[in-house]
Design a protein around this ligand. Structure first.
Ligand SMILES: NC(=O)c1ccc[n+]([C@@H]2O[C@H](COP(=O)([O-])OP(=O)(O)OC[C@H]3O[C@@H](n4cnc5c(N)ncnc54)[C@H](O)[C@@H]3O)[C@@H](O)[C@H]2O)c1
Length: 290
């Protein structure tokens, strides 16, 4: 199948350039590997990080279990994988449900014969300070965004061990290191970062690497706020004067999933156009505001 045809097929489905496979996406970095991506559906009209990651992994030869609380969204991603000539499996699971996580991991391993890579991407957003957040909302965010990482890792790691080792990639957020006024989300994402080092320590001897990408303000379903002004501020909040999208995070996940990063474990990799590498003052000065 010619790469040009692939791009056309994807555009035909969504009529949105964002759905085009990025240049160079076809390859064999994950040939023969099996991956499971949580939150692999794409919410709404934009491609999410989980969906982009699942599609990119498939374009690199992986067979991919797409886990999502929404089977319809997961099916959409699997359809895109099939359109590329790849193999995917819809595995419906709510990451707050321990048994559902185990069933999903088992189903993917059984269907494809092994499991080598886990991407813990599923999350929900939510705002509020510690003073005004509803306690149930606090619990929900921690249960999905931090507890979900623990549950799916617990379900997947025995399969990775059986495969002789593998790679776990967590998806955190710069909200876990910088204040955004989202207390529970921040606490959960900071927890995911802490878990990265701890899991890298615990599972390194089993040949399992555990790393974490830390996305900044990306143009995705969760990060999408449509006004031209917001998009301009998003572009200017980094150092590269360009807006990032789901593919930027997916490329980082691919690197951490494949053997090219075989000596890297326990790291946090910001994918944020340098947002966390500078200060607000410096950015404002650069823009001529001060
Ligand atoms: N978009 C950004 O700017 C940004 C920035 C930093 C971090 N992130 C992180 O990136 C990841 C993906 O975000 P996105 O923007 O692609 O959003 P998204 O909404 O497209 O993806 C989240 C997916 O998770 C699924 N999901 C939600 N709750 C679930 C549950 N309980 N069980 C299973 N699946 C569930 C949703 O159905 C959805 O498909 C998240 O971890 C998010 O916190 C995003």
């Amino acid at each position: 199948m010619a790469p040009g045809w692939i791009a056309c097929a994807l555009v035909a489905i969504d009529d949105d350039a964002r759905y085009q496979l990025p240049p160079g996406a076809r390859g064999a970095r994950l040939q023969g590997r099996v991956a499971l991506v949580t939150g692999g559906g794409s919410d709404g009209e934009f491609l999410g990080i989980g969906a982009a990651t699942a599609i990119l992994f498939a374009a690199q030869g992986a067979r991919v279990g797409v886990v999502d609380v929404s089977p319809e969204r997961a099916a959409r991603t699997v359809q895109r994988i099939s359109d590329l000539g790849g193999e995917g499996l819809v595995a419906e699971a709510d990451v707050t449900d321990t048994l559902a996580c185990a069933r999903a991991a088992d189903a993917v391993a059984e269907r494809f014969g092994r499991l080598d890579v886990l991407v813990n991407n599923a999350a929900v957003s939510g705002g509020g300070t510690v003073v005004d957040i509803d306690e149930e909302e606090w619990e929900r965010l921690l249960r999905v965004n931090l507890g979900g990482v623990m549950r799916m890792s617990r379900a997947a790691i025995p399969h990775l061990v059986r495969a002789g080792g593998g790679s776990v990639v967590h998806v955190s957020s710069i909200a876990g290191m910088r204040g955004l006024g989202t207390a529970a989300y921040a606490a959960a994402k900071g927890g995911v970062q802490a878990l990265t080092a701890d899991m890298a320590y615990s599972h390194g001897p089993e040949g399992i690497r555990v790393n974490c990408i830390v996305p900044g303000h990306l143009h995705t379903p969760m990060g999408f706020h449509g006004s031209a002004q917001t998009r301009q501020v998003r572009r200017q909040s980094g150092l590269l004067d360009r807006e990032g999208d789901a593919w930027d995070a997916a490329w980082a996940a691919l690197f951490l999933a494949c053997d090219e990063s075989r000596w890297i474990t326990g790291v946090l990799l910001p994918v944020d156009a340098g947002t966390t590498a500078t200060t607000h003052f410096a950015v404002r000065r650069r823009l001529g505001d001060v």
